[in-house]
Design a protein around this ligand. Structure first.
Ligand code: GLA
Length: 393
């Protein structure tokens, strides 16, 4: 999307708000989506992940109302929702579709602050929906940022991240880890976040703009996080952790086990052995990758991404033919350091780390290979590490 289009989106959101709801001008907020460089499916296992907030995300125009009603619209969704907050249940109502995300934030915000005023919200996104760049976390963090500003509650970003995360786990019912909401709420331009998910602490890792560019490759194979095998992977990893504890090695989370721990106990049953192997080996890859990134060794960093993809494909089994072909095609280009799927997997986007300035050549080659396999034209975007949530004036 061009700079021109980018700057017109917030204006379109503002204009659509006024035509839908009328009345006084709303305030306008933004929260970014995220890309996880490495650390696949480690957040809900208490491991280390390395996401960055991207320079794309979710805009929301917002205005409080004092009659207890909430109205929700989006430029990207046909469904508009209007309801009385008194009738809001404690859990998502499937019939309300996408609106469950902001409604989850509204109810978590009310629980935390006691503020229960109604609100008019209108969203617009320049992230591809449900493609692995975490549009759901962006919508949650944008809503939390808006409610916080409108009520003047001055919550810090960590609190906003945790509130947004509870909206997803407790209200929407997706048993995700903390990565997406934390990356969106704590993002910093020009930096990745090394997030220690068990301790809920993070370090900023600077990204060298001359070192590599981040190419996002959208397979255009749709996936819906809530209906995918994501919750099943969460369950399997929990079972693997329980089996390791039952075998006599008691650690706080699955990511805290070493490959040597896993080798010491009798083989875990069924798929659990593979799931555990992914988690403990991915922890090692994150450590190597972060060291390489800090040292400017992009070849090693890229290799870690390739190995991460292989592990998510074979041991975690969350890849698919489209993600395998698109990342393979990227790896066949000289200017690519490494490639892997992002997000939950099962479709959506992959990333390639490429030499600066090589995007057009890489895209042409990958598009040709991908089109030959699936007769679908993938979409590409070079994204950058952008800032966290903010109010636009
Ligand atoms: C989804 C979840 C995240 C994380 C990733 C996999 O995006 O929302 O919490 O588990 O999958 O790394």
């Amino acid at each position: 999307m061009s700079v021109h289009q980018l700057s017109t989106l917030p204006r379109a959101v503002h204009g659509a708000f006024l035509s839908a709801y009328g009345g006084a001008a709303p305030r306008l907020f933004f929260a970014p989506g995220r890309v996880n460089l490495i650390g696949a499916h480690l957040d809900y296992n208490g491991g280390d992940v390395l996401p960055l907030a991207v320079d794309r995300g979710l805009y929301v125009a917002a205005r409080l109302r004092h009659d207890g009603r909430v109205r929700l619209r989006s430029l990207d969704q046909a469904q508009a929702v209007e309801l009385d907050t008194a009738t809001l249940s404690a859990r998502a109502d499937r019939a309300l579709g996408w609106a469950n995300y902001p409604l989850g934030v509204w109810s978590q915000f009310a629980l935390m602050t006691g503020q229960r005023a109604g609100v008019d919200l209108l969203f617009g996104s320049d992230l591809p929906m449900a493609s692995g760049l975490s549009s759901s976390a962006a919508i949650e963090v944008a809503t939390a940022t808006a409610l916080d500003a409108l009520h003047g509650t001055a919550l810090d970003r960590l609190t906003l991240a945790m509130l947004a995360h509870r909206a997803e786990t407790d209200y929407v019912g997706v048993k995700c880890g903390i990565m997406d909401q934390f990356a969106s709420a704590l993002g910093r331009a020009g930096h990745a976040l090394l997030l220690h998910c068990h301790a809920r602490t993070h370090e900023l890792v600077p990204l060298d703009p001359d070192g590599f560019e981040l190419l996002v490759m959208d397979t255009r194979k749709p996936r819906t996080l809530a209906t995918s095998g994501f919750n099943q992977r969460v369950r399997e990893c929990a079972e693997a952790h329980a089996a390791l504890r039952a075998a006599g090695i008691d650690r706080a989370c699955l990511a805290a086990y070493s490959p040597a721990d896993v080798a010491r106990v009798p083989p875990l049953p069924g798929v659990l052995a593979k799931r555990a192997r992914h988690v403990v080996t991915e922890m090692g890859r994150v450590a190597v990758a972060v060291r390489a990134l800090r040292a400017g060794d992009f070849a090693t960093f890229g290799r870690c991404l390739d190995e991460s993809h292989a592990s998510t494909a074979h041991d975690l089994e969350v890849s698919c033919a489209e993600l395998d072909v698109i990342t393979d095609a990227a790896r066949s280009c000289d200017d690519v350091f490494g490639a892997r799927l992002v997000g939950a997997g099962f479709g959506g986007c992959a990333i390639a780390l490429i030499r600066p300035g090589s995007a057009a050549a890489v895209e042409a080659l990958v598009a040709a290979r991908y089109r030959a396999a699936f007769d679908v034209a993938p979409r590409f975007e070079v994204l950058h590490a952008g800032p966290g949530p903010r109010e636009l004036t």
